[in-house]
Design a protein around this ligand. Structure first.
Ligand SMILES: [Zn+2]
Length: 285
């Protein structure tokens, strides 16, 4: 209980930071890799086989969504992942926003190899072509959860209600067209929602999700080493932390170190399929 008091103010600071900063790296990244080579499907070689965690090397086997009793729920205020009953409280949730831009498939393959589940929050403008739809399908078929991060990544506060509706529903429609399932989790760009977007998300049977902490959009953490270190060693890491990452080069390069570092600290990477929400959509009205 004591910890909660500390947690909330820290969280608000991070929210503010994230809201202000999240847009920047996109520009940076665009400059870095302006070439629109959109064929990552072939470029990922089975990354280093010698790694110690690599024992099960089985191909995709999680393509079907198994109905499971939820073991966790999302705290609607802190967005932490909390055990419902006896589930292990020492878990973290991995999420990747602004996908699939350049490295999402690469990140998914790394996570799959490490058997680390995650949610990929996608933007409609990144899944407009057949090539990108195929990438989305591949990530989904690997067993990852696909979340809605709006069509064009606007600040929802600057839009009319009709525009907000379009931004949100369009993504659900494309994701359903590609995967057969509508997203269950929604994360607004910059973490900025409106009363209208909140109501719409609820009406659509989705859960609103922000995050506990994230750093890869801040200039000082835009290297593999820096982001790998802070994601595991931040004072904000605690049971149930909801980790915000992005489809960015430095984060993709650091993904394995982040997962291993969290596990070395005793955290289990929670399977988002065990979070209340997916089941609610399947059975609820
Ligand atoms: Zn974003």
């Amino acid at each position: 209980m004591k910890h909660k008091l500390l947690y909330i103010p820290l969280l608000s600071v991070l929210f503010l930071a994230a809201c202000n900063e999240e847009a920047k790296p996109e520009e940076v990244e665009r400059n870095e890799q302006s070439a629109e080579s959109e064929e990552p499907a072939e470029e990922i070689v089975e990354v280093d086989k010698q790694h110690e965690n690599e024992e099960v090397d089985e191909p995709e086997d999680e393509s079907e969504v198994v109905e499971q009793t939820p073991l966790y729920e999302l705290n609607p205020v802190t967005f932490a992942i909390e055990p419902i009953d006896e589930a292990n409280p020492k878990v973290v949730l991995l999420t990747i926003d602004d996908a699939p831009d350049k490295r999402a498939l690469d990140m998914a393959k790394t996570l799959k190899r490490l058997e680390a589940p995650a949610i990929f929050f996608v933007n409609g403008h990144f899944i407009a072509t057949d090539e990108k739809k195929a990438i989305l399908k591949e990530i989904y078929d690997m067993g990852f959860i696909i979340g809605n991060h709006t069509n064009t990544h606007p600040n929802l506060k600057t839009l009319s209600e009709e525009e907000q509706r379009e931004e949100i529903i369009a993504v659900n429609d494309i994701v359903e067209e590609v995967t057969g399932e509508r997203p269950v989790f929604f994360r607004a760009p910059f973490g900025v929602n409106t009363d209208f977007s909140k109501a719409l998300v609820h009406e659509e049977g989705m859960q609103l999700m922000n995050w506990s902490y994230g750093y890869d959009f801040e200039k000082e953490y835009m290297t593999k080493e820096k982001i790998a270190h802070i994601m595991v060693n931040t004072e904000l890491l605690r049971n149930g932390s909801n980790l915000l990452m992005h489809d960015r080069d430095w984060t993709a390069d650091a993904m394995e170190d982040i997962v291993n570092g969290l596990r070395e600290k005793g955290y289990e990477i929670v399977d988002p399929k065990l979070i209340k929400g997916l089941d609610a959509q399947q059975t609820g009205e």
